[in-house]
Design a protein around this ligand. Structure first.
Ligand code: KIV
Length: 275
């Protein structure tokens, strides 16, 4: 029997329809129950359990140390808060690089143990196309991700915008087309010039989701902590929609002051007060 909590309001088909109708797709990351509930209440279309959790939740310098166990644990929590929302879970570094068999088993774990609807993996080289086909062969939808792919920062020499030279532009455009041909249902474009985001979006029939890829993608994704003003450093492409970091710090300072001064708890927060 299918539980109500996993019947999705969206499917891979509805995202294609949204592209056809020119309706923008809204994606945000979330990493636990409370964030997923907030994202759901905020009416986003897709929740991405990104491996960015390594940086914004676990405090690592980059995403490379994130493990399959981390992704499963956080995706399970997100599923509990997301109810019917469509969830994409990131495949972490080295979970899809070693063999097709390992890639398939890891992708399946994110679906069967963690509750994701689809997986995302980075890169568009020929080996990646084979991996995508192998995962699709397990009936698992795959979202691809190219441009400034964070798992490649050591190869790139840092977080550098990709696709600025004509050769890189042509290569990324070609990779995007091949990823669609390989069967990816969606493509995240990160850290590329706006013109390239526009060209890839026009060339594909699958939806593109931009993060630092300009205004012409079929949808946008932001990291939860960045868009809510809860991150230490904000890249140029982020719009911060609330200063929640400052609000939370101010609330915690007020609480600390009240406890130290003996004004919390007050009479109204006490069971059976003695006065
Ligand atoms: O890990 C992540 O949050 C991502 C997005 C930035 C696209 O991959």
């Amino acid at each position: 029997m299918i539980s109500n909590s996993i019947i999705n309001t969206h499917s891979i088909n509805s995202f294609s329809t949204m592209k056809e109708k020119g309706q923008k797709i809204v994606m945000v990351t979330a990493y636990d129950y409370a964030m997923a509930r907030t994202a759901r209440e905020g009416d986003v279309d897709i929740i991405l359990v990104g491996d960015s959790l390594g940086m914004v939740v676990l405090g690592y310098e980059n995403t490379l140390q994130v493990t399959m166990d981390d992704m499963v644990y956080h995706t399970q929590a997100v599923r509990r808060g997301a109810n019917a929302n469509f969830i994409i879970a990131d495949m972490p570094y080295m979970s899809y690089h070693v063999s097709l068999q390992e890639s398939k088993l890891n992708a399946a774990r994110l679906i069967t143990s963690a509750g994701a609807n689809a997986v995302k993996l980075e890169g568009g080289n020929p080996a990646r196309l084979d991996t995508i086909k192998a995962i699709l062969d397990c009936e698992i939808p795959v979202c691809a991700h190219i441009g400034l792919t964070p798992q490649s920062i050591n190869k790139f020499g840092g977080y550098k915008v990709q696709g600025k030279t004509q050769a890189e532009y042509d290569r990324l455009l070609e990779e995007a087309v091949k990823l669609e041909q390989a069967g990816a249902f969606m493509l995240v474009l990160e850290g590329i010039p706006e013109a390239l985001g526009k060209a890839i979006t026009a060339a594909l029939s699958i939806p593109t989701i931009g993060i630092g890829a300009g205004r012409f993608c079929d949808g946008q994704v932001l990291v939860f902590h960045d868009m809510l003003g809860w991150s230490e450093i904000l890249p140029k492409f982020v719009k911060s929609y609330a200063e929640t970091g400052k609000v939370m710090t101010a609330a915690l300072s007020a609480y600390a002051k009240d406890v130290r001064e003996g004004t919390f708890p007050a009479r109204e927060q006490v069971y059976y007060p003695i006065d």
